[in-house]
Design a protein around this ligand. Structure first.
Ligand code: ADP
Length: 547
Protein backbone atom coordinates (compact mmCIF):
# COMPACT_ATOMS: atom_id res chain seq x y z
CA UNK A 1 0.00 0.00 0.00
CA UNK A 2 1.29 3.43 -0.79
CA UNK A 3 -0.10 6.68 0.58
CA UNK A 4 1.21 9.70 -1.26
CA UNK A 5 3.99 7.56 -2.54
CA UNK A 6 5.14 6.46 0.94
CA UNK A 7 5.03 2.70 1.26
CA UNK A 8 3.32 1.45 4.45
CA UNK A 9 4.44 -1.95 5.56
CA UNK A 10 2.15 -3.46 8.15
CA UNK A 11 3.34 -7.01 7.98
CA UNK A 12 6.89 -8.11 7.65
CA UNK A 13 8.10 -8.41 4.10
CA UNK A 14 7.48 -11.82 2.66
CA UNK A 15 4.51 -12.52 4.92
CA UNK A 16 1.87 -14.51 3.13
CA UNK A 17 -1.74 -13.90 3.84
CA UNK A 18 -4.70 -15.89 2.66
CA UNK A 19 -8.14 -15.22 3.96
CA UNK A 20 -11.82 -15.87 3.66
CA UNK A 21 -12.96 -18.81 1.61
CA UNK A 22 -9.57 -19.26 0.07
CA UNK A 23 -7.93 -19.80 3.47
CA UNK A 24 -10.69 -22.18 4.49
CA UNK A 25 -10.45 -24.13 1.26
CA UNK A 26 -6.70 -24.51 1.51
CA UNK A 27 -6.91 -25.61 5.16
CA UNK A 28 -9.62 -28.15 4.44
CA UNK A 29 -7.64 -29.49 1.54
CA UNK A 30 -4.49 -29.91 3.63
CA UNK A 31 -6.35 -31.69 6.42
CA UNK A 32 -8.11 -33.93 3.92
CA UNK A 33 -4.79 -34.93 2.40
CA UNK A 34 -3.62 -36.21 5.79
CA UNK A 35 -6.89 -38.04 6.38
CA UNK A 36 -6.70 -39.50 2.88
CA UNK A 37 -3.28 -40.96 3.61
CA UNK A 38 -4.57 -42.76 6.69
CA UNK A 39 -7.82 -43.85 5.10
CA UNK A 40 -6.52 -47.10 3.65
CA UNK A 41 -4.79 -48.03 6.91
CA UNK A 42 -8.02 -48.24 8.86
CA UNK A 43 -9.10 -51.52 10.35
CA UNK A 44 -7.71 -55.04 10.49
CA UNK A 45 -7.32 -55.23 6.73
CA UNK A 46 -5.72 -51.80 6.60
CA UNK A 47 -2.75 -51.50 4.30
CA UNK A 48 0.75 -50.64 5.41
CA UNK A 49 2.63 -47.46 4.70
CA UNK A 50 6.32 -47.46 3.99
CA UNK A 51 7.93 -44.43 5.51
CA UNK A 52 11.43 -43.35 4.67
CA UNK A 53 12.95 -40.67 6.87
CA UNK A 54 15.63 -38.17 5.89
CA UNK A 55 18.34 -40.62 6.99
CA UNK A 56 16.92 -43.29 4.71
CA UNK A 57 15.62 -45.41 7.59
CA UNK A 58 12.51 -47.36 6.69
CA UNK A 59 9.45 -47.97 8.84
CA UNK A 60 6.61 -50.17 7.64
CA UNK A 61 3.41 -49.88 9.61
CA UNK A 62 -0.35 -49.36 9.46
CA UNK A 63 -0.54 -47.76 12.85
CA UNK A 64 -1.96 -44.26 12.47
CA UNK A 65 -0.04 -42.72 15.33
CA UNK A 66 3.27 -44.07 14.03
CA UNK A 67 2.59 -42.94 10.47
CA UNK A 68 1.83 -39.40 11.58
CA UNK A 69 4.83 -39.30 13.87
CA UNK A 70 7.16 -40.22 11.02
CA UNK A 71 5.64 -37.91 8.45
CA UNK A 72 7.07 -34.44 8.30
CA UNK A 73 3.99 -32.35 7.82
CA UNK A 74 4.39 -28.75 6.66
CA UNK A 75 0.97 -27.15 6.27
CA UNK A 76 -0.38 -25.55 9.48
CA UNK A 77 -3.86 -27.07 9.13
CA UNK A 78 -2.38 -30.48 8.46
CA UNK A 79 -0.19 -30.02 11.52
CA UNK A 80 -3.31 -29.34 13.53
CA UNK A 81 -4.66 -32.71 12.53
CA UNK A 82 -1.42 -34.37 13.54
CA UNK A 83 -1.76 -32.67 16.91
CA UNK A 84 -5.26 -34.04 17.29
CA UNK A 85 -3.98 -37.51 16.61
CA UNK A 86 -1.27 -37.04 19.20
CA UNK A 87 -3.79 -35.86 21.76
CA UNK A 88 -6.01 -38.84 21.00
CA UNK A 89 -3.04 -41.12 21.44
CA UNK A 90 -2.05 -39.51 24.73
CA UNK A 91 -5.58 -39.54 26.10
CA UNK A 92 -6.63 -43.09 25.30
CA UNK A 93 -3.75 -44.57 23.30
CA UNK A 94 -5.99 -45.79 20.52
CA UNK A 95 -8.34 -44.65 17.79
CA UNK A 96 -5.86 -42.30 16.12
CA UNK A 97 -6.57 -43.46 12.59
CA UNK A 98 -10.30 -43.28 13.19
CA UNK A 99 -10.09 -39.77 14.66
CA UNK A 100 -8.07 -38.40 11.76
CA UNK A 101 -10.17 -40.12 9.11
CA UNK A 102 -13.37 -38.88 10.73
CA UNK A 103 -12.01 -35.34 10.97
CA UNK A 104 -11.26 -35.58 7.25
CA UNK A 105 -14.75 -36.76 6.32
CA UNK A 106 -16.36 -34.13 8.55
CA UNK A 107 -14.39 -31.48 6.67
CA UNK A 108 -15.23 -33.02 3.34
CA UNK A 109 -18.95 -32.80 4.11
CA UNK A 110 -18.50 -29.29 5.47
CA UNK A 111 -16.96 -28.29 2.17
CA UNK A 112 -20.10 -29.35 0.33
CA UNK A 113 -22.19 -27.27 2.72
CA UNK A 114 -19.89 -24.29 2.23
CA UNK A 115 -20.41 -24.58 -1.50
CA UNK A 116 -24.14 -24.40 -0.85
CA UNK A 117 -23.43 -21.11 0.90
CA UNK A 118 -24.00 -22.28 4.41
CA UNK A 119 -21.94 -20.22 6.82
CA UNK A 120 -19.08 -21.92 8.68
CA UNK A 121 -20.60 -20.83 12.01
CA UNK A 122 -23.80 -22.72 11.22
CA UNK A 123 -21.81 -25.81 10.35
CA UNK A 124 -19.79 -25.54 13.54
CA UNK A 125 -22.94 -25.19 15.63
CA UNK A 126 -24.56 -28.14 13.89
CA UNK A 127 -21.47 -30.30 14.39
CA UNK A 128 -21.33 -29.41 18.06
CA UNK A 129 -24.98 -30.33 18.56
CA UNK A 130 -24.42 -33.55 16.66
CA UNK A 131 -21.47 -34.43 18.90
CA UNK A 132 -23.38 -33.83 22.14
CA UNK A 133 -26.28 -35.92 20.89
CA UNK A 134 -24.01 -38.69 19.59
CA UNK A 135 -22.21 -38.95 22.94
CA UNK A 136 -25.52 -39.44 24.74
CA UNK A 137 -26.62 -42.13 22.32
CA UNK A 138 -23.23 -43.80 22.49
CA UNK A 139 -23.52 -44.09 26.22
CA UNK A 140 -26.90 -45.78 25.83
CA UNK A 141 -25.31 -48.29 23.43
CA UNK A 142 -22.52 -49.16 25.86
CA UNK A 143 -22.53 -52.65 27.35
CA UNK A 144 -21.17 -52.94 30.89
CA UNK A 145 -18.06 -55.06 31.45
CA UNK A 146 -17.35 -56.98 34.59
CA UNK A 147 -13.76 -55.92 35.11
CA UNK A 148 -13.30 -58.41 37.93
CA UNK A 149 -13.51 -61.21 35.36
CA UNK A 150 -10.16 -61.77 33.65
CA UNK A 151 -11.70 -63.70 30.79
CA UNK A 152 -13.99 -60.84 29.98
CA UNK A 153 -11.02 -58.49 30.01
CA UNK A 154 -9.05 -60.78 27.73
CA UNK A 155 -11.90 -60.85 25.27
CA UNK A 156 -12.02 -57.07 25.25
CA UNK A 157 -8.29 -56.70 24.65
CA UNK A 158 -8.39 -59.32 21.94
CA UNK A 159 -9.66 -56.94 19.22
CA UNK A 160 -6.70 -54.67 19.70
CA UNK A 161 -4.21 -57.45 19.21
CA UNK A 162 -5.99 -59.38 16.50
CA UNK A 163 -6.47 -56.31 14.34
CA UNK A 164 -2.76 -55.63 14.03
CA UNK A 165 -0.80 -58.62 15.13
CA UNK A 166 1.17 -60.32 12.42
CA UNK A 167 0.80 -63.77 13.88
CA UNK A 168 -2.24 -65.04 15.73
CA UNK A 169 -3.05 -67.95 17.97
CA UNK A 170 -0.80 -68.92 20.82
CA UNK A 171 1.42 -65.86 20.70
CA UNK A 172 -1.53 -63.44 20.87
CA UNK A 173 -3.00 -65.46 23.71
CA UNK A 174 0.30 -65.15 25.54
CA UNK A 175 0.45 -61.38 25.03
CA UNK A 176 -3.14 -60.98 26.25
CA UNK A 177 -2.61 -63.10 29.29
CA UNK A 178 0.41 -61.03 30.30
CA UNK A 179 -1.35 -57.75 29.56
CA UNK A 180 -4.36 -58.60 31.73
CA UNK A 181 -2.20 -59.80 34.61
CA UNK A 182 0.06 -56.75 34.40
CA UNK A 183 -2.81 -54.26 34.34
CA UNK A 184 -4.58 -56.06 37.17
CA UNK A 185 -1.43 -55.93 39.26
CA UNK A 186 -0.89 -52.20 38.90
CA UNK A 187 -4.57 -51.09 38.92
CA UNK A 188 -5.76 -49.03 41.85
CA UNK A 189 -9.40 -49.09 42.82
CA UNK A 190 -11.05 -45.73 43.32
CA UNK A 191 -13.93 -45.06 45.73
CA UNK A 192 -16.47 -45.12 42.88
CA UNK A 193 -15.51 -48.69 41.98
CA UNK A 194 -13.62 -47.82 38.81
CA UNK A 195 -9.87 -48.16 38.52
CA UNK A 196 -6.99 -45.92 37.67
CA UNK A 197 -4.10 -47.57 35.90
CA UNK A 198 -0.69 -45.98 35.58
CA UNK A 199 0.77 -47.59 32.52
CA UNK A 200 4.13 -46.21 33.62
CA UNK A 201 4.16 -48.90 36.28
CA UNK A 202 4.34 -51.51 33.56
CA UNK A 203 7.80 -51.74 32.09
CA UNK A 204 8.29 -53.44 28.77
CA UNK A 205 11.73 -54.88 28.19
CA UNK A 206 12.65 -56.52 24.90
CA UNK A 207 15.31 -59.18 24.51
CA UNK A 208 16.18 -60.64 21.16
CA UNK A 209 16.20 -64.44 20.98
CA UNK A 210 13.77 -67.23 21.66
CA UNK A 211 10.18 -66.87 20.58
CA UNK A 212 7.28 -64.72 21.70
CA UNK A 213 6.04 -67.70 23.67
CA UNK A 214 9.11 -67.39 25.90
CA UNK A 215 7.98 -63.91 26.98
CA UNK A 216 6.93 -63.57 30.56
CA UNK A 217 5.56 -61.29 33.21
CA UNK A 218 7.97 -60.48 36.01
CA UNK A 219 6.72 -59.10 39.29
CA UNK A 220 9.34 -56.43 39.66
CA UNK A 221 11.72 -54.54 37.44
CA UNK A 222 14.00 -56.08 34.82
CA UNK A 223 17.06 -54.17 33.63
CA UNK A 224 18.93 -54.98 30.46
CA UNK A 225 22.26 -54.74 32.33
CA UNK A 226 24.77 -56.94 34.08
CA UNK A 227 26.60 -56.82 37.37
CA UNK A 228 29.67 -54.65 36.70
CA UNK A 229 32.38 -56.75 38.32
CA UNK A 230 32.93 -60.52 38.31
CA UNK A 231 33.84 -60.48 42.02
CA UNK A 232 30.43 -59.17 43.03
CA UNK A 233 27.53 -61.31 44.21
CA UNK A 234 25.08 -62.27 41.45
CA UNK A 235 22.22 -62.77 43.86
CA UNK A 236 21.26 -60.65 46.84
CA UNK A 237 18.33 -61.56 49.05
CA UNK A 238 16.68 -58.82 51.10
CA UNK A 239 18.45 -56.24 49.04
CA UNK A 240 18.79 -52.68 50.29
CA UNK A 241 19.10 -50.53 47.22
CA UNK A 242 21.00 -47.30 46.61
CA UNK A 243 19.98 -45.32 43.53
CA UNK A 244 22.59 -42.84 42.37
CA UNK A 245 22.36 -40.44 39.47
CA UNK A 246 26.00 -39.43 39.82
CA UNK A 247 29.05 -41.42 38.73
CA UNK A 248 31.11 -43.37 41.22
CA UNK A 249 34.23 -41.80 39.87
CA UNK A 250 36.64 -39.11 40.90
CA UNK A 251 35.45 -36.00 39.19
CA UNK A 252 37.89 -34.78 36.63
CA UNK A 253 38.40 -31.04 36.56
CA UNK A 254 36.31 -29.26 33.95
CA UNK A 255 39.21 -27.23 32.63
CA UNK A 256 42.31 -29.05 31.55
CA UNK A 257 44.55 -28.66 34.51
CA UNK A 258 48.21 -29.07 33.93
CA UNK A 259 49.80 -31.16 36.60
CA UNK A 260 53.51 -31.34 36.61
CA UNK A 261 54.58 -34.76 37.66
CA UNK A 262 58.28 -35.14 37.91
CA UNK A 263 58.82 -38.43 39.66
CA UNK A 264 57.31 -41.95 39.83
CA UNK A 265 56.52 -41.28 43.51
CA UNK A 266 54.30 -38.44 42.49
CA UNK A 267 52.33 -40.63 40.10
CA UNK A 268 51.90 -43.15 42.84
CA UNK A 269 50.76 -40.50 45.29
CA UNK A 270 48.34 -39.18 42.73
CA UNK A 271 46.77 -42.57 42.08
CA UNK A 272 46.67 -43.33 45.76
CA UNK A 273 44.79 -40.14 46.40
CA UNK A 274 42.22 -41.12 43.77
CA UNK A 275 41.83 -44.56 45.26
CA UNK A 276 41.43 -43.06 48.71
CA UNK A 277 38.56 -40.86 47.56
CA UNK A 278 36.84 -43.79 45.87
CA UNK A 279 37.31 -45.99 48.91
CA UNK A 280 35.78 -43.31 51.05
CA UNK A 281 32.72 -43.22 48.79
CA UNK A 282 32.29 -46.98 48.95
CA UNK A 283 32.82 -47.00 52.71
CA UNK A 284 30.20 -44.34 53.14
CA UNK A 285 27.67 -46.31 51.08
CA UNK A 286 28.48 -49.39 53.13
CA UNK A 287 28.09 -47.62 56.48
CA UNK A 288 24.86 -45.84 55.59
CA UNK A 289 23.34 -49.03 54.17
CA UNK A 290 24.46 -51.03 57.17
CA UNK A 291 22.76 -48.60 59.46
CA UNK A 292 19.49 -48.90 57.58
CA UNK A 293 19.75 -52.69 57.40
CA UNK A 294 20.17 -52.87 61.17
CA UNK A 295 17.30 -50.45 61.70
CA UNK A 296 15.11 -52.87 59.78
CA UNK A 297 16.24 -55.77 61.95
CA UNK A 298 18.39 -57.51 59.33
CA UNK A 299 22.01 -58.54 59.47
CA UNK A 300 24.27 -57.37 56.64
CA UNK A 301 26.06 -60.25 55.01
CA UNK A 302 23.90 -62.84 56.77
CA UNK A 303 20.36 -62.28 55.68
CA UNK A 304 20.59 -58.97 53.79
CA UNK A 305 22.83 -57.26 51.26
CA UNK A 306 23.51 -54.02 49.41
CA UNK A 307 22.85 -53.21 45.77
CA UNK A 308 24.05 -49.99 44.13
CA UNK A 309 22.43 -48.88 40.89
CA UNK A 310 23.82 -45.83 39.10
CA UNK A 311 22.76 -43.79 36.14
CA UNK A 312 26.35 -42.95 35.25
CA UNK A 313 29.61 -44.88 35.29
CA UNK A 314 31.45 -46.71 38.05
CA UNK A 315 35.24 -46.43 38.10
CA UNK A 316 37.18 -49.70 37.97
CA UNK A 317 38.84 -48.98 41.26
CA UNK A 318 35.47 -48.28 42.86
CA UNK A 319 34.17 -51.54 41.39
CA UNK A 320 36.99 -53.33 43.09
CA UNK A 321 36.21 -51.77 46.49
CA UNK A 322 32.50 -52.48 46.10
CA UNK A 323 33.23 -56.10 45.26
CA UNK A 324 35.46 -56.42 48.29
CA UNK A 325 32.59 -55.25 50.48
CA UNK A 326 30.26 -57.78 48.88
CA UNK A 327 28.14 -55.08 47.25
CA UNK A 328 26.38 -55.76 43.96
CA UNK A 329 26.53 -52.85 41.52
CA UNK A 330 24.89 -52.04 38.19
CA UNK A 331 25.82 -49.00 36.12
CA UNK A 332 24.54 -46.83 33.27
CA UNK A 333 20.88 -47.44 33.97
CA UNK A 334 18.45 -45.17 32.10
CA UNK A 335 16.98 -42.28 34.06
CA UNK A 336 13.44 -43.53 33.36
CA UNK A 337 14.36 -46.92 34.79
CA UNK A 338 15.89 -45.31 37.83
CA UNK A 339 12.61 -43.50 38.36
CA UNK A 340 10.69 -46.75 38.01
CA UNK A 341 13.00 -48.28 40.59
CA UNK A 342 12.34 -45.36 42.87
CA UNK A 343 8.61 -46.11 42.82
CA UNK A 344 9.06 -49.85 42.99
CA UNK A 345 11.60 -50.08 45.81
CA UNK A 346 10.74 -46.95 47.79
CA UNK A 347 14.26 -45.60 47.32
CA UNK A 348 15.13 -41.98 46.65
CA UNK A 349 17.55 -41.14 43.87
CA UNK A 350 20.52 -39.27 45.33
CA UNK A 351 23.01 -37.14 43.45
CA UNK A 352 26.02 -37.56 45.67
CA UNK A 353 27.25 -40.22 48.03
CA UNK A 354 27.93 -37.51 50.58
CA UNK A 355 24.19 -36.79 50.82
CA UNK A 356 23.17 -40.42 51.17
CA UNK A 357 21.19 -41.15 54.30
CA UNK A 358 19.69 -44.42 55.57
CA UNK A 359 16.13 -43.52 54.58
CA UNK A 360 17.16 -43.04 50.94
CA UNK A 361 17.58 -46.77 50.44
CA UNK A 362 14.92 -48.90 48.82
CA UNK A 363 14.08 -52.53 49.31
CA UNK A 364 13.52 -55.61 47.18
CA UNK A 365 13.23 -59.19 48.41
CA UNK A 366 15.56 -60.38 45.68
CA UNK A 367 17.97 -58.87 43.19
CA UNK A 368 19.55 -61.33 40.82
CA UNK A 369 21.48 -61.48 37.58
CA UNK A 370 20.03 -64.16 35.36
CA UNK A 371 20.75 -65.45 31.91
CA UNK A 372 18.13 -64.65 29.32
CA UNK A 373 19.01 -66.27 26.04
CA UNK A 374 22.68 -65.45 25.49
CA UNK A 375 22.63 -62.32 27.60
CA UNK A 376 22.40 -61.45 31.23
CA UNK A 377 19.75 -59.29 32.81
CA UNK A 378 19.12 -57.95 36.29
CA UNK A 379 15.86 -58.96 37.99
CA UNK A 380 14.65 -56.86 40.90
CA UNK A 381 11.80 -58.78 42.44
CA UNK A 382 9.52 -58.81 45.48
CA UNK A 383 9.78 -55.03 45.59
CA UNK A 384 8.49 -52.96 48.46
CA UNK A 385 5.78 -51.65 46.17
CA UNK A 386 4.12 -54.68 44.57
CA UNK A 387 2.59 -52.48 41.87
CA UNK A 388 5.63 -52.72 39.63
CA UNK A 389 5.79 -55.24 36.85
CA UNK A 390 7.89 -55.87 33.77
CA UNK A 391 6.79 -57.67 30.67
CA UNK A 392 9.86 -59.33 29.24
CA UNK A 393 9.29 -59.79 25.53
CA UNK A 394 11.25 -62.36 23.56
CA UNK A 395 11.35 -62.72 19.80
CA UNK A 396 13.53 -63.77 16.94
CA UNK A 397 14.33 -60.31 15.58
CA UNK A 398 13.99 -56.61 16.30
CA UNK A 399 11.13 -56.09 13.89
CA UNK A 400 9.07 -58.80 15.51
CA UNK A 401 9.85 -57.46 18.95
CA UNK A 402 8.87 -53.92 17.99
CA UNK A 403 5.63 -55.13 16.49
CA UNK A 404 4.89 -57.23 19.56
CA UNK A 405 5.60 -54.24 21.77
CA UNK A 406 3.22 -52.05 19.80
CA UNK A 407 0.51 -54.69 20.07
CA UNK A 408 1.13 -55.09 23.73
CA UNK A 409 0.91 -51.34 24.22
CA UNK A 410 -2.42 -51.34 22.39
CA UNK A 411 -3.77 -54.14 24.56
CA UNK A 412 -2.61 -52.34 27.70
CA UNK A 413 -4.34 -49.17 26.59
CA UNK A 414 -7.57 -51.01 25.84
CA UNK A 415 -7.49 -52.62 29.26
CA UNK A 416 -6.74 -49.36 30.98
CA UNK A 417 -9.61 -47.67 29.16
CA UNK A 418 -12.05 -50.39 30.14
CA UNK A 419 -10.93 -50.26 33.75
CA UNK A 420 -11.39 -46.49 33.73
CA UNK A 421 -14.88 -46.71 32.24
CA UNK A 422 -16.17 -50.27 32.25
CA UNK A 423 -18.29 -50.22 29.13
CA UNK A 424 -17.70 -51.49 25.62
CA UNK A 425 -19.32 -50.82 22.28
CA UNK A 426 -19.34 -52.89 19.09
CA UNK A 427 -16.62 -52.23 16.50
CA UNK A 428 -16.73 -52.78 12.74
CA UNK A 429 -18.77 -49.67 12.00
CA UNK A 430 -21.80 -50.71 14.08
CA UNK A 431 -21.60 -47.65 16.31
CA UNK A 432 -21.24 -45.32 13.37
CA UNK A 433 -24.25 -46.68 11.48
CA UNK A 434 -26.41 -46.63 14.60
CA UNK A 435 -25.38 -43.11 15.56
CA UNK A 436 -25.91 -41.88 12.00
CA UNK A 437 -29.43 -43.23 12.05
CA UNK A 438 -30.22 -41.62 15.38
CA UNK A 439 -28.61 -38.35 14.28
CA UNK A 440 -30.82 -38.14 11.20
CA UNK A 441 -33.94 -38.44 13.36
CA UNK A 442 -32.54 -35.78 15.65
CA UNK A 443 -31.65 -33.49 12.72
CA UNK A 444 -35.25 -33.43 11.59
CA UNK A 445 -36.27 -32.22 15.03
CA UNK A 446 -33.66 -29.47 15.00
CA UNK A 447 -34.65 -28.27 11.52
CA UNK A 448 -33.31 -25.21 9.73
CA UNK A 449 -29.83 -24.98 8.26
CA UNK A 450 -28.33 -26.76 11.27
CA UNK A 451 -30.33 -29.79 10.23
CA UNK A 452 -28.13 -29.98 7.15
CA UNK A 453 -24.99 -29.84 9.27
CA UNK A 454 -26.22 -32.58 11.59
CA UNK A 455 -27.08 -34.72 8.57
CA UNK A 456 -23.62 -34.04 7.20
CA UNK A 457 -22.20 -35.27 10.49
CA UNK A 458 -24.21 -38.47 10.12
CA UNK A 459 -22.92 -38.93 6.56
CA UNK A 460 -19.35 -38.41 7.75
CA UNK A 461 -19.74 -41.10 10.40
CA UNK A 462 -20.96 -43.59 7.83
CA UNK A 463 -17.75 -43.14 5.92
CA UNK A 464 -16.06 -45.37 8.54
CA UNK A 465 -18.09 -48.51 7.78
CA UNK A 466 -17.69 -47.75 4.06
CA UNK A 467 -13.91 -47.71 4.41
CA UNK A 468 -13.95 -50.91 6.44
CA UNK A 469 -16.13 -52.60 3.81
CA UNK A 470 -13.82 -51.42 1.06
CA UNK A 471 -10.76 -52.75 2.90
CA UNK A 472 -12.45 -56.15 3.08
CA UNK A 473 -13.09 -56.07 -0.66
CA UNK A 474 -16.85 -55.65 -0.23
CA UNK A 475 -19.11 -53.30 -2.18
CA UNK A 476 -19.01 -50.30 0.14
CA UNK A 477 -22.29 -48.65 -0.79
CA UNK A 478 -24.28 -51.89 -0.86
CA UNK A 479 -22.85 -52.89 2.52
CA UNK A 480 -23.84 -49.56 4.01
CA UNK A 481 -27.37 -49.94 2.66
CA UNK A 482 -27.65 -53.43 4.14
CA UNK A 483 -26.34 -52.21 7.47
CA UNK A 484 -28.76 -49.29 7.54
CA UNK A 485 -31.60 -51.73 6.99
CA UNK A 486 -30.47 -53.99 9.84
CA UNK A 487 -30.15 -51.05 12.19
CA UNK A 488 -33.57 -49.77 11.21
CA UNK A 489 -34.89 -53.21 12.21
CA UNK A 490 -33.37 -52.73 15.65
CA UNK A 491 -30.14 -54.71 15.19
CA UNK A 492 -28.00 -52.01 16.75
CA UNK A 493 -24.84 -54.14 17.02
CA UNK A 494 -24.77 -55.14 13.36
CA UNK A 495 -21.50 -54.28 11.64
CA UNK A 496 -18.83 -55.49 9.28
CA UNK A 497 -16.85 -58.59 9.99
CA UNK A 498 -13.86 -57.33 8.06
CA UNK A 499 -11.79 -60.48 8.39
CA UNK A 500 -14.47 -62.65 6.78
CA UNK A 501 -15.76 -59.91 4.48
CA UNK A 502 -19.39 -60.18 5.52
CA UNK A 503 -21.98 -58.45 7.65
CA UNK A 504 -22.31 -59.69 11.20
CA UNK A 505 -25.61 -59.30 13.07
CA UNK A 506 -23.83 -58.76 16.34
CA UNK A 507 -20.23 -57.55 16.49
CA UNK A 508 -20.05 -58.36 20.20
CA UNK A 509 -20.69 -62.02 19.42
CA UNK A 510 -17.66 -62.16 17.13
CA UNK A 511 -15.57 -60.26 19.66
CA UNK A 512 -15.02 -57.10 17.70
CA UNK A 513 -15.39 -54.58 20.47
CA UNK A 514 -13.96 -51.32 21.62
CA UNK A 515 -13.79 -49.52 24.94
CA UNK A 516 -16.47 -46.84 25.02
CA UNK A 517 -13.85 -44.34 26.13
CA UNK A 518 -12.01 -44.70 22.81
CA UNK A 519 -15.12 -44.06 20.73
CA UNK A 520 -16.05 -41.08 22.87
CA UNK A 521 -12.60 -39.65 22.37
CA UNK A 522 -12.62 -40.33 18.61
CA UNK A 523 -15.86 -38.36 18.25
CA UNK A 524 -14.60 -35.54 20.44
CA UNK A 525 -11.15 -35.23 18.83
CA UNK A 526 -12.46 -35.41 15.27
CA UNK A 527 -15.18 -32.83 15.89
CA UNK A 528 -12.74 -30.58 17.69
CA UNK A 529 -10.29 -30.76 14.79
CA UNK A 530 -12.93 -30.13 12.15
CA UNK A 531 -14.54 -27.21 13.96
CA UNK A 532 -11.18 -25.63 14.75
CA UNK A 533 -10.27 -25.66 11.08
CA UNK A 534 -13.70 -24.35 10.06
CA UNK A 535 -13.30 -21.42 12.42
CA UNK A 536 -10.14 -20.15 10.73
CA UNK A 537 -10.69 -17.57 8.02
CA UNK A 538 -7.33 -15.92 7.94
CA UNK A 539 -3.88 -17.42 7.65
CA UNK A 540 -1.02 -15.03 8.17
CA UNK A 541 2.22 -16.81 7.63
CA UNK A 542 5.60 -15.26 8.23
CA UNK A 543 8.17 -15.79 5.53
CA UNK A 544 10.22 -18.85 6.32
CA UNK A 545 13.50 -17.92 7.99
CA UNK A 546 16.39 -18.44 5.64
CA UNK A 547 18.90 -20.96 6.83
P1 ADP B 1 -7.32 -46.90 15.10
O1 ADP B 1 -5.97 -46.25 15.01
O2 ADP B 1 -8.41 -45.92 14.87
O3 ADP B 1 -7.54 -47.71 16.31
P2 ADP B 1 -7.45 -49.36 13.56
O4 ADP B 1 -6.66 -49.60 12.34
O5 ADP B 1 -7.16 -50.12 14.79
O6 ADP B 1 -7.39 -47.82 13.82
O7 ADP B 1 -8.96 -49.58 13.16
C1 ADP B 1 -9.98 -49.43 14.05
C2 ADP B 1 -11.30 -49.72 13.37
O8 ADP B 1 -11.33 -51.04 12.86
C3 ADP B 1 -12.42 -49.62 14.36
O9 ADP B 1 -13.53 -49.01 13.75
C4 ADP B 1 -12.70 -51.06 14.71
O10 ADP B 1 -14.01 -51.25 15.14
C5 ADP B 1 -12.42 -51.75 13.42
N1 ADP B 1 -12.05 -53.15 13.55
C6 ADP B 1 -11.01 -53.68 14.20
N2 ADP B 1 -11.00 -55.03 14.09
C7 ADP B 1 -12.07 -55.36 13.35
C8 ADP B 1 -12.60 -56.60 12.86
N3 ADP B 1 -12.02 -57.76 13.11
N4 ADP B 1 -13.71 -56.54 12.12
C9 ADP B 1 -14.28 -55.37 11.85
N5 ADP B 1 -13.83 -54.19 12.25
C10 ADP B 1 -12.73 -54.17 13.01
Amino acid sequence: MALYGIPVLVLKEGTQRTYGREALRSNILAAKVIAEILRTSLGPRGLDKMLVDSFGDVTITNDGATILKEMEVQHPAAKLLVEVAKAQDAEVGDGTTSAVVLAGTLLDRAETLLEENIHPTTIIEGYKKALAFALQELDKMGVPVNVEDDNELKKVAWTSISSKYIGTGEASEKLLEMAVKAVKTVAEKKPDGTYEVRLDDIKIEKKKGGSLLDSRLVHGIVLDKEVVHPGMPKRVENAFIVLLDAPLEVEKPEITAKINITSPEQIKAFLEEEARILKEMVDRIYEVAKKRIEQEGFKLGENAGIVVITQKGIDEVAQHFLAKKGIMAVRRVKRSDLEKLERATGARIVSSVRDLSPEDLGFAGLVEERKVGNDKMIFIERCKNPKAVTILLRGANDMLLDEAERNLQDALHVLRNVLRKPKIVPGGGAVEVELAMKLREYARKVGGKEQLAIEAYADALEEIPMILAESAGMDALQTLMDLRKLHAEGKKFAGIDVINARIADDMLKINVIEPILVKEQVLKSATEAATTILKIDDVIAAAPTKK
